[in-house]
Ligand binder design. Sequence first.
Ligand code: ATP
Ligand code: MG
Length: 393
Amino acid sequence: MDYKVFLIKYAEIGTKGKNRYVFEEVMCKRMRSRLRPLGRFEVRREYGRIFVEAFSDYDYDEVINVLQTVFGVVGICPVKVIEDTTFDNFAEEVVDYVDNEYTDKNFTFKVHARRNDKTYPKNSMEINCDIGAAIIEKFPDMKVDVHKPEVVINIEVRNVAYVYSKIIPGPGGLPVGTNGKGMVLLSGGIDSPVAAYMIAKRGVEIEAVYFHAPPYTSERAKQKVCDLARLVSQYAGPIKLHIVNFTDVQLAIYDNCPHDELTIIMKRVMYKMAQDLALQNDCQCIITGESIGQVSSQTSQSLCVIDRACDKVPVFRPCIGLDKQEIIDISQKIDTYETSILPYEDCCTTFVAKHPVTRPKLENIEKSEKALEGKIEELYETAMNTIEVVYCK
Ligand code: ATP
Ligand code: MG
C-alpha cells in the first residue's frame, strides 16, 4: 500500500510538562532535516500528535530507516487517509485496508476510534461497533477481543479519517539537543562510538576529540575516526570532531615515565585535554567507551586514577557495565561495527608496555608525572593550539 502519512509515537517527551512543546519541536526539526534529502515532506504537530506527510514520491524503506534514527521517536505508524468519511464509504475503505495489510485474516482484533470531529454522526463507541461488524462480515475468521486483541485498528475521525494498526519501532530516547552537550573521546575502536550513541540517545548533543599520533598512527586511522563520527552523526546530528596531534606529548611521556604506567599517564593527559576542550566548547561532560575490566587500564583501580585527572566535568561511561558482546550488538545495530574492526593502529596501543600496572595508586602515578614538569607544558599548549577541526555529518 502507498502511504502518504505516518503518525509518530513518542513516549518520554510526553512527561516533560511545560517543556513538552520544546521537546516536540526539537524532534520535528530533526525529522525534517533527516527527511529533506528523500523527498518533499511536511512534519507537523496537531491535536497533540506528530504527523509526517509526503508530498512527493519517496522510497518507503529509506523513510522508515531515517525516522528510526531520530531519538525521541518510539513508533512509526503508516497511516491510511480516508477523504470521504461518509460512513458507508469509510467502512468499505477500512475493510480494504485490513484486506491489504493482512494476508492471513485469522486473528483477534478490536477497533479503537477517536472522534475529534464531534459533529460526525456516530460517536466513538458506535464507530467501534459498526466498523468491527463490517470487518467481520467481510472476513468471518477474524474475531473481536476487546481485552487482549492481537491487532488494534486505530481510527481517528477529523475532517478526514486516519486508519493505522502497525507500529514500527523507533530508537526511543530523547531528541538530541534537549540535554546539553558532551565531548566524547572517540578512538577508532568499537566501544567509544557506542558510548557516543548511548549518550546522544538521552538528548545530549555530541562533539568528539581524537588523539592522533602521526607517524605512529596513520592517515587511514584518522580517516576511520572521521568515518565513525559520520556514522554516529546519523543519530546524533552533525559532530564537530577535534583532532589533536598528540605525538610530542606522547613521546615526552614515553621518554620520562615508567613504561608500565604509560597507558595510565597517557589517558590522564588525554582526559585533561578533553576536559579543556569540553569547557572551551560549552560541553558539560566528557564521554568514554570504557567498560570495567575489559583491559588493564580499565580495572576499577585504573579507572579511579584516570578519573582523578578531571575535576571540572563528570566523565560519563555508558558502556561501563556492558559485556563486550553487548557493546558489539549495539555497534552492529547502529552500523559502526564494520568500520570499527578495520585493523588500523591506535596511539594507546602503539606505546603500550608488555606488563602494564593493573592496580595503580594515585600517589605513585602523580610521583611519576613529576618527571614531566617543565617538559610537557609547552607541548600540551602546542597540541591544544594546533587542533584540526572536521565537521562530520
Ligand atoms: P574503544 O573500543 O572505544 O577504542 P578500547 O576498548 O580500545 O575502547 P582503550 O584503548 O582503553 O579502550 O580506551 C578507552 C577509552 O579511551 C576509549 O573508549 C575512548 O573513549 C578513549 N580513547 C582511547 N584512545 C583514544 C584516542 N586515540 N583518541 C580519543 N579517545 C581515545
Ligand atoms: Mg581502542
